[in-house]
Design a binder for this molecule. Structure first.
Ligand code: GDP
Length: 443
């Protein structure tokens, strides 16, 4: 996510590292790099100028330049300004109505990801709420069908127009009644999209707004469209008074322009970001987290959440038992691998670590999810006896496992040696008793 922008910022701030004291010239050079990073990221000229001006003003103050860690202080200033630019500590996610139902109207151009996002949000809310998604497009039956299919997949309520229905007001009223009768407390309206903004679309959206009195009107924007997204936001905001923006396709090679300019231009906060095609690929947007990611400071909060999610359903007692035994079976290893897999693509995980960009560069193809699948396949091709006692896995067994798992003897050897190394760690943990322990070779 935002790889180019991250690299540029790393370069800009890298100019200041390893320098004991900074001169105003050092700061100017770094700020010029920051500006270049922003402009290359397709941030609007106005926003780039204002931001760099602020950073420069703050960074050239004497107490910053004379401090023991000027580079860190300047990083902190850039961080704060980025957070402010992206909305500061604004409300996160949907704001619920004081009295249910909360009506959330989703608007946007065709292809921005509106339908997918409606269902992603409904799925995210499903734990504590009973959301209903409503198809409001009377002209495109395919759009209605798409919403219905996605809603079924996600296991959330769906309401849509009957074939040939042409009265939008009636549809919205029916949807509200349906929601009330089934105790849905959040109603998400998937409004019609067009390829371009036109008067008819806007009239229709204003009409829906009047009938449904939504608490939230959120515009879904494709982050890959950069500055164009900002123009779309201004047009929709002018007609509808938006309450939030959602930027989709942040997982692609979006350069960041839309994200960093949105709040400054339309003064509407970004509430969610879409980070993939799957229905779980959505995050409540948090300016602090995003600034940390952009500056390579890692995103430990998101990582902690991922770890927590992945740990759900893991038998901790069993893990603790293997620890006290000081022995790790292949079954334990399999569970570990599955846990890592549940956390999602390794690339995304590594990005959340401090300096993640650098780790990714170093690791290259090693950070491959395919590798995890291969390890899993190898373990699954072992007999229960082999899993309990991997020592018996010699030449012919290795060949059989390689064949059975569709991998190679080399891969089987790697899994066995990984298991052996992990076991050494377990043994040391058991016998540690307050002493430190060394990592085995190769890890
Ligand atoms: P709509 O016309 O605005 O309703 O857009 P759709 O919901 O049909 O989405 C258009 C395309 O964008 C679909 O192929 C989605 O899978 C894809 N899409 C939506 N959100 C994301 C996202 O966050 N990341 C990626 N990679 N694709 C997305």
């Amino acid at each position: 996510m935002l790889d180019t922008l991250k690299k540029r910022f790393e370069k800009a701030l890298g100019l200041l590292k390893n320098k004991g004291k900074l001169t105003e010239e050092d700061v100017s050079e770094a700020v010029r790099e920051v500006r270049r990073a922003l402009l290359e990221g397709d941030v609007s000229l106005k926003v780039a100028k204002e931001l760099t001006q602020k950073i420069k003003e703050r960074a050239t103050q004497r107490e910053v330049l004379d401090s023991i860690t000027p580079a860190q202080q300047i990083q902190a200033i850039v961080y704060e300004e980025l957070v402010n630019l992206m909305g500061g500590k604004t409300s996160k996610g949907i704001v619920f109505a004081p009295k249910p139902p909360t009506v959330c109207m989703m608007v946007g151009l065709q292809g921005a990801g509106k339908t997918t996002t409606c269902v992603k949000i409904a799925k995210k809310l499903k734990g504590g709420h009973k959301p209903l998604v409503v198809a409001c497009d009377l002209k495109r039956p395919a759009a209605v069908e798409q919403l219905q299919i996605l809603a079924n997949t996600a296991g959330v309520g769906f309401f849509g127009p009957k074939a040939g229905e042409g009265d939008l007001k009636k549809l919205i009223r029916d949807a509200m009644e349906y929601a009330a009768s089934r105790l849905h407390d959040v109603i998400i309206l998937d409004t019609a999209g067009r390829l371009h903004i036109d008067d008819e679309l806007m009239r229709e959206l204003v009409e829906i707004k009047e009938i449904a009195s939504p608490t939230e009107i959120m515009l879904v924007l494709d982050a890959m469209t950069g500055q164009e997204a900002i123009r779309v936001a201004e047009a929709f905001h002018g007609e509808l008074a938006l309450t939030g923006l959602i930027l989709t396709k942040m997982d692609g090679d979006a350069r960041g322009g839309a994200l960093l300019s949105a709040k400054a231009v339309a003064d509407v906060p970004v509430k969610y970001i879409g980070v993939g095609e799957k229905l779980d690929d959505i995050e409540v947007f948090d300016p602090e987290q995003m600034a940390q990611r952009i500056l390579g400071m890692g995103d430990l909060k998101a990582l902690a959440e991922k770890v927590k999610e992945a740990a759900e359903g893991v038998d901790m007692e069993k893990v603790a038992k293997s620890l006290t035994k000081g022995k790790l079976t292949m079954e334990d290893l399999l569970q570990q691998i599955r846990q890592i897999k549940r956390m999602g693509p390794l690339e995304k995980i590594v990005e959340m670590l401090p300096g993640g960009g650098k780790i990714k560069e170093l690791a290259g193809s090693e950070m491959d999810d395919k590798r995890l699948k291969h390890i899993e396949a190898v373990i699954l091709s072992m007999t229960p006896e082999e899993r309990r006692n991997p020592k018996i896995i010699k030449g012919s067994r290795r060949k059989r496992i390689a064949y059975g798992s569709g991998t190679s003897v080399q891969m089987v050897n790697q899994v066995l040696s990984y298991h052996k190394n992990m076991n050494e760690i377990f043994k040391q943990l058991k016998g540690r008793k307050g002493k430190g322990f060394r990592l085995p070779k190769g890890l």
